[in-house]
Design a protein around this ligand. Structure first.
Ligand SMILES: [Zn+2]
Ligand SMILES: [Zn+2]
Length: 445
C-alpha cells in the first residue's frame, strides 16, 4: 500500500467508526430546518459538533456562517470543504416545520454531516501528519435565494450587503485565504451514486411592488387603481414573451406573489412579487431580464399607478474544475465502482442555480452530486432514502480528494492552482455584483 492509499484507508476507517454519529447529525438537522440567514440553531448545533472534534472555528460570519480549520502546521494551500446550513420553505413537506414552513427539501442537512465527516476522516491518527497546508471547514448560510423581501430588508438595514451566503462570504473576505473549494450535493437515486460535471444557470432576483390606489371595490372601483390587475397584465405579458426564449439559453422566468391585496372589499393598492430570471449565459439573462422589466412596466402602463422594480445580484453559472473532478471521480470510483460514477459534459445544465457558481468564477471548485434521494427536488416528497450514500460516501470521497491534494508537499493542490485561470478576482467579483443591484420606479401620471 502506498503512503497515499494508507492515509485514505485510515481516513475512511475513521469515518466508518463515526457512521452513526454523522448520520444522526444529518437527521437532527433535517427535523430542525431553518431557511437562509435564520440558521441560528443549525449553526450552533454544527458549532457544538466542531467543538466535539476540537476544531477551532469562527461563528456569526454573514450572520450565521461558521469557518474552522484543520491545520497540518506545514505550509501549503488551503482547501475548503463546504456545507450549506439553510433549508427551503416547502409547505406540506414530510419534515416541514409547521410554524415556519421550513423544510430540507434540497438535502442540505446531509452536507453539514459530510463536512463533519471529512473532518473526522482527516483527524484520524497520522493523516494530517502526511499532508501540508490547511483544510477550511465552512458551513455557509443562505444558498437558496428565497425570502427576497426579508433579505432586501437585511441589505437595507446594513446587516448584510449581498443576499446569499457565498456571495457575502466572498465580500467579507472569508474566502481570501482559501485556494480551492469543494462540496457535494444530494440528488435522486436514479442519477447514479455520484455524478460530476455540467453547469448551472446564472440568475438575477427580482423584488417588485405594484402600487395603485385603494377604494371601495363595490361602490367606487372607478376611483381606485387596481395593483392586482396591473400585476395580472404584467404576468400575462411575461407569459407572451416565452415564445421568444431560445431552448439553448435555458431561460426560466418564474416567481411568487407574496401580497395580492389586503381586503376583498377594497381595490388592491399594493401587490408584491418575488421573481427570478435564470439563464445559461449573461447575455441571455440580460435579454430576458429586460423583457421582464418591459412586461412589468406594461402592466402599470395599462392600469396606472406605479411599479418599483428592484433587481438583485443573483448567481453565476457553475464551472467545475477538471483537475479536481478527476481526483474526486477516481476516489468515488474506488468507493462505489466506476460504473456508478457519471460524468456530465460541461455544457449540461441542470436548470437550477447555486452560489457555488459565484465561487467558481474566482477559484477552482467542484460541486458533484450524490444520488441518495427520492421524490422531486424542492418538492413535498424530496427525502433521503440512502443515508450512507448521502453522508458517508461523499465524506469519504471528499476526504480522499483532500488527501490527494495536500499529500506530501501538496504537489497536486499546487498543480490545480497553477493551471487555474480565474474569470474574476474576488475584488472584481464584489464590484461587479455590487453594480448589478438596480432600483427603478416606473410611474404613470
Ligand atoms: Zn435547492
Ligand atoms: Zn441545494
Amino acid at each position: 500500500m502506498t503512503d497515499l492509499q494508507s492515509l485514505k484507508a485510515s481516513a475512511w476507517r475513521s469515518i466508518d467508526s463515526r457512521k452513526d454519529w454523522l448520520i444522526d447529525i444529518a437527521k437532527h438537522i433535517l427535523i430542525n430546518p431553518e431557511p437562509g440567514f435564520f440558521e441560528k440553531k443549525t449553526a450552533s448545533f454544527v458549532s457544538d459538533k466542531l467543538n466535539e472534534l476540537d476544531i477551532p472555528h469562527d461563528s456569526g460570519i454573514a450572520l450565521t456562517g461558521l469557518k474552522g480549520y484543520l491545520d497540518t502546521k506545514r505550509t501549503g494551500p488551503t482547501v475548503a470543504v463546504i456545507g450549506e446550513l439553510d433549508s427551503l420553505r416547502v409547505a406540506g413537506h414530510l419534515y416541514v416545520d409547521k410554524e415556519t414552513e421550513a423544510a430540507h427539501a434540497c438535502g442540505h442537512h446531509c452536507q453539514l454531516a459530510m463536512m463533519l465527516g471529512v473532518a473526522v476522516g482527516l483527524r484520524a491518527s497520522g493523516v494530517l501528519e502526511g499532508l501540508s497546508g490547511r483544510v477550511a471547514l465552512m458551513a455557509l448560510p443562505a444558498e437558496e435565494f428565497i425570502d427576497v423581501e426579508h433579505r432586501y430588508g437585511l441589505h437595507n438595514s446594513g446587516d448584510i450587503e449581498f443576499m446569499a451566503g457565498k456571495q457575502e462570504f466572498l465580500r467579507l473576505g472569508a474566502f481570501d485565504d482559501v485556494d480551492m473549494a469543494m462540496m457535494t450535493h444530494t440528488s435522486l437515486l436514479g442519477e447514479g451514486k455520484f455524478s460530476l460535471g455540467g453547469t448551472s444557470n446564472g440568475h438575477v432576483v427580482k423584488f417588485i411592488r405594484f402600487l395603485g390606489r385603494a377604494s371601495h371595490a363595490g361602490g367606487a372601483p372607478h376611483a381606485g387603481i387596481n395593483a392586482l390587475q396591473a400585476a395580472n397584465v404584467a404576468l400575462n405579458a411575461l407569459n407572451a414573451q416565452r415564445e421568444t426564449l431560445r431552448n439553448e439559453d435555458t431561460i426560466r422566468l418564474h416567481g411568487i406573489m407574496t401580497l395580492g391585496g389586503v381586503s376583498v372589499s377594497s381595490i388592491p393598492a399594493e401587490v408584491k412579487y418575488e421573481g427570478r430570471v435564470r439563464g445559461g449565459t449573461w447575455d441571455a439573462i440580460d435579454d430576458a431580464n429586460q423583457k421582464m422589466d418591459r412586461c412589468l412596466r406594461a402592466g402599470t402602463l395599462a392600469i396606472g399607478g406605479q411599479v418599483e422594480i428592484v433587481t438583485l445580484p443573483g448567481y453565476m453559472p457553475l464551472i467545475n474544475n477538471e483537475h479536481l473532478m478527476e481526483m474526486f471521480s477516481q476516489n468515488a470510483a474506488d468507493l462505489v465502482g466506476d460504473e456508478n460514477v457519471r460524468q456530465n459534459p460541461s455544457h449540461v445544465n441542470r436548470g437550477g442555480s447555486t452560489d457555488m457558481g459565484d465561487l467558481s468564477q474566482v477559484m477552482p471548485v467542484i460541486h458533484p452530486y450524490t444520488g441518495a434521494a427520492t421524490g422531486s427536488g424542492h418538492g413535498v416528497d424530496y427525502v433521503i432514502k440512502d443515508y450512507t450514500q448521502a453522508v458517508i460516501n461523499p465524506a469519504k470521497a471528499m476526504a480522499a480528494t483532500v488527501i490527494d491534494l495536500l499529500a506530501g508537499d501538496s504537489t497536486q493542490a499546487h498543480n490545480v492552482i497553477n493551471n487555474f485561470k480565474p474569470n474574476l478576482s474576488i475584488d472584481s467579483y464584489v464590484s461587479m455584483q455590487r453594480s448589478r443591484l438596480t432600483e427603478e420606479t416606473y410611474r404613470v401620471t
